[in-house]
Design a protein around this ligand. Structure first.
Ligand code: XUL
Length: 520
């Protein structure tokens, strides 16, 4: 009975999930939390502290160390990695890793030393900018004007130039540290970097995650020569790929066979971005189902029926790993904003849920909070502003329960407003991510969108999606069969709009949207 393994390298953790498709069972679900388990990297939330709130970098060696730690835990749990026939994976999108020595020239990793000892000396840049970074506005402007403006960038890549996207990040590196850029011979996304570690050589970037770089020509599936040139000299030669998401990129390297007991010949398929992977993990790779993913960031995404782009410039088009494209809108102030409010009020998640379900009403008596504790990409707010508006008591901070609802309603209203360009009004939303276990948050989504809410049993749809992709590409299983077995909705956690709430948001929505649009 072969198993299929999915790895998910997200902002705050690295997870492994394995499935047995014949039995329809998840047989492994293990995780390493960077803040808790690797405190030596001083990254409680998965990134390094920086006095400038627009700069967000991680130490890529933390991800390397996490891979060793995760697999040693998997092995110690008694799970038999030799039963894994194929592996795929997912990574937080847009983040980039810079190498002076390409992984294809690194030689074998010796199994008697930690992986980090072999990979550390290959780096040309000690830290990796991640998706939360918003420090590249100048680079965005330069790239856009070099190719004829953001309308051209949007037409070619599906997104205007975006601060967190990899191209502008690379340009900023080239401008700020030209000598280090010149030394760099290979640049990876987090996804292709993790895949490369596993195969012990250079693994290519896939079309799903590659679309989040401001470099990929969606029409041809190759990097755009004009955008490469506008971004940094010689860039084309430093980027591996792009390849279709279903492509085999190698076999598990000797290091992992010797150390953790993988079988020789275990196939590895292209790793993709966490959101494209979640599209698969939610069973939503065919058009018609919208997904809300509530993790560190909140995202709204759906497989696309036809190509279109966001006229407001916040939304994106990425590759759908099952073929075609997907739309995506990303909000930086997701769980970090919810956690911040809970912490400030001293609420645990039960108190947080009670505040929504028992202590306040839909529409929150007109009280809302702009939830921008950190710089936001949708809408673009580079100077954080968590502003309350509504009644005097609310603004004065005398209504703690209303603050909870005020944040969650504002997040839901913003998701709805900024996903209108997708052109479909969903009456069913699939919700995933840590917050999808919270009934209060689900009820607000149901009421604001006036849509049925379904969740899946697993909170980690990105890791599940990676395991499903390994089974589809490596085991010949078809999507419909895999979805029926692994992506069926959880019957115990479905939420419908509360009666009478259709009108509760009309007035509030108009005021909130006016406030939002006045910010940019
Ligand atoms: C998507 C995005 C985030 C990260 C989080 O564009 O920036 O959702 O992928 O891991």
């Amino acid at each position: 009975m072969p198993y299929y393994l999915g790895l998910d390298s997200s902002t705050q953790s690295l997870s492994a999930m394995a499935i047995d498709p014949e039995q329809g069972r998840v047989v492994l679900d293990e995780s390493v939390n960077f803040g808790r388990d690797l405190p030596q990297y001083a990254s409680p939330h998965g990134f390094l502290e920086n006095a400038n709130p627009n700069i967000k970098h991680s130490n890529p060696l933390m991800w390397v160390d996490a891979l060793d730690l995760l697999l040693s835990r998997v092995r110690a749990s008694g799970f038999d990695l030799s039963k894994v026939a194929a592996v795929s994976g997912a990574g937080q999108q847009h983040g980039s890793v810079y190498l002076a020595t390409p992984l294809s020239e690194a030689g074998n990793f010796p199994a008697d030393r930690p992986l980090v000892d072999s990979v550390g000396p290959l780096l040309s840049r000690a830290s990796s900018p991640i998706w939360m970074d918003s420090s590249t506005s100048a680079a965005c402007g330069e790239i856009a004007s070099a190719v004829g403006g953001d309308s051209v960038v949007t037409r070619v890549t599906g997104s205007r130039t975006i601060e967190r996207f990899t191209g502008p990040q690379i340009r900023k590196f080239y401008r700020d540290e030209p000598a280090s850029y010149a030394k760099t011979r290979e640049i990876h996304l987090v996804s292709s970097f993790m895949a490369s570690l596993l195969v012990g050589t250079t693994a290519p970037i896939d079309l799903g995650d590659g679309a989040g770089m401001n470099l990929l020509d969606l029409a041809t599936g190759s990097f755009s020569r004009d955008l490469l040139e506008a971004t940094a000299p010689g860039l084309g030669a430093k980027l591996p790929g792009p390849v279709p998401s279903t492509q085999q990129v190698g076999e598990v390297a000797g290091y992992f066979i010797e150390k953790y007991g993988f079988s020789p010949g275990t196939r590895v398929y292209a790793f993709t971005g966490d959101n494209p992977s979640s599209l698969i993990g939610m069973g939503a790779s065919a058009p018609g189902t919208a997904v809300v993913s509530m993790g560190t960031s909140d995202t709204v995404f759906a497989a696309m029926r036809e190509p279109r782009t966001d006229p407001q410039g916040f939304g994106h088009v990425f590759g759908n790993p099952a073929g075609g494209f997907m739309s995506l809108i990303c909000f930086a102030n997701g769980s970090l904003a919810r956690e911040r409010v809970a912490k400030d009020l001293g609420y645990d998640w039960n108190a947080f849920t009670r505040a929504i379900l028992e202590e306040t009403q839909p529409g929150n008596a007109g009280n809302l909070v702009l939830p921008y504790f950190a710089p936001e990409m949708t809408p673009k707010i580079l100077a954080p502003a968590a502003k309350r508006f509504g009644s005097q008591a609310f603004v004065a901070g005398e209504q703690p329960a209303a603050l909870v609802r005020g944040i969650v309603e504002a997040q839901a209203l913003s998701m709805q407003h900024h996903s209108r360009w997708i052109g479909e009004t969903p009456n069913l939303l699939l919700v995933t991510g840590g917050a999808s276990r919270n009934r209060g948050i689900l009820q607000v989504l149901a009421d604001v969108f006036q849509a049925e809410i379904r969740t899946l049993r697993t909170g980690n749809s990105s890791a599940l999606g990676a395991a499903l992709r390994a089974a589809q590409a490596g085991g010949g299983h078809d999507w419909a069969d895999l979805y029926a077995r692994f992506a069926a909705p959880d019957p115990d956690l479905q939420v419908a709009p509360s009666p009478g709430t259709a009108r509760a948001y009309d007035d509030l929505r108009a005021r909130f949207v006016a406030e939002l649009d006045s910010l940019t």
